[in-house]
Design a protein. Structure first.
Length: 252
């Protein structure tokens, strides 16, 4: 699953990275504020790149909702949907069968740029949060200049609000070790897959193939962070939440 993310890049850097412009210039200052920890259950707004207009970065609410809802009904819907994960994630295996997902998977896919995301690791009945991010490229170890990750998702339009979800898949060997209870992970797109994912020409079989593919684990860095991430009464949207934390009893 993927309920916690981080996005600390400026809008300008995202615009350059994705060759896209912010759709609403009045929101630039808001989205320039670093978000070190975004808890999905707060249903925050994040920037996405929508299939319908891949030349823009558009604000969208994290937590997909059915298009027959109205904006005034969203708060109550999220309260009820919390038992189902709040619409934050969508299982890739249900992309063409779920009553909400199948309305969006062919024509309303999106990229969700994140600096990092977090997953829980369980050891002897206790949860330890891990951060996962892209390794910093160097002249000798990487051919790409990307420092963020592009997660695959899709969205709905509800009046003037866009709601979205992050697609998840069965865990790769690395994520079987990290997210060792649920054994799931978000669908991370390679640089080559990003344009494919937003293409209007993709057929169902091609979409399913992307959803089964795993991102190159050699490009990822991961380590444990503070348990403050899991405490709702602690402000964990701080720079230090991305720092490595040592747990003497943690075997990993």
């Amino acid at each position: 699953m993927c309920f916690h993310t981080s996005q600390i890049q400026t809008v300008k850097k995202l615009e350059k990275r994705y060759n896209a412009d912010l759709s609403d210039e009045s929101q630039r200052e808001l989205f320039d504020i670093p978000r070190y920890h975004i808890n999905g259950f707060s249903h925050s707004q994040l920037l996405i790149i929508p299939q319908e207009k891949p030349s823009v970065l558009a604000a969208a609410t994290w937590g997909i909702a059915p298009e027959h809802k109205t904006v005034s009904e969203l708060k109550a819907y999220y309260k009820e949907a919390v038992k189902f994960g709040g619409g934050l994630n969508a299982r890739a295996e249900k992309a063409f069968s779920h009553f909400i997902y199948k309305q969006s998977i062919l024509g309303k896919r999106c990229l969700i740029p994140v600096t990092a995301f977090f997953e829980p690791h369980e050891f002897k009945g206790k949860k330890y949060p891990f951060v996962i991010k892209r390794k910093t490229p160097t002249a000798t170890t990487a051919t790409t200049t990307a420092t963020n990750l592009s997660l695959a998702g899709f969205y709905t339009r509800i009046q003037n609000v866009v709601t979205f979800t992050i697609l998840t898949q069965d865990a790769s060997p690395l994520f079987v070790k990290i997210h060792n209870k649920k054994k799931r992970q978000p669908v991370i797109l390679s640089d080559q897959q990003e344009k494919q994912w937003l293409s209007n020409e993709l057929q169902q079989s091609e979409i399913e193939a992307i959803l089964k593919n795993h991102f190159d684990e050699d490009q990822l860095e991961y380590y444990p962070v503070s348990k403050d991430l899991f405490h709702p009464k602690v402000n964990s949207d701080v720079e230090t939440i991305l720092e490595r934390k040592t747990y003497p009893n943690l075997s990993f």
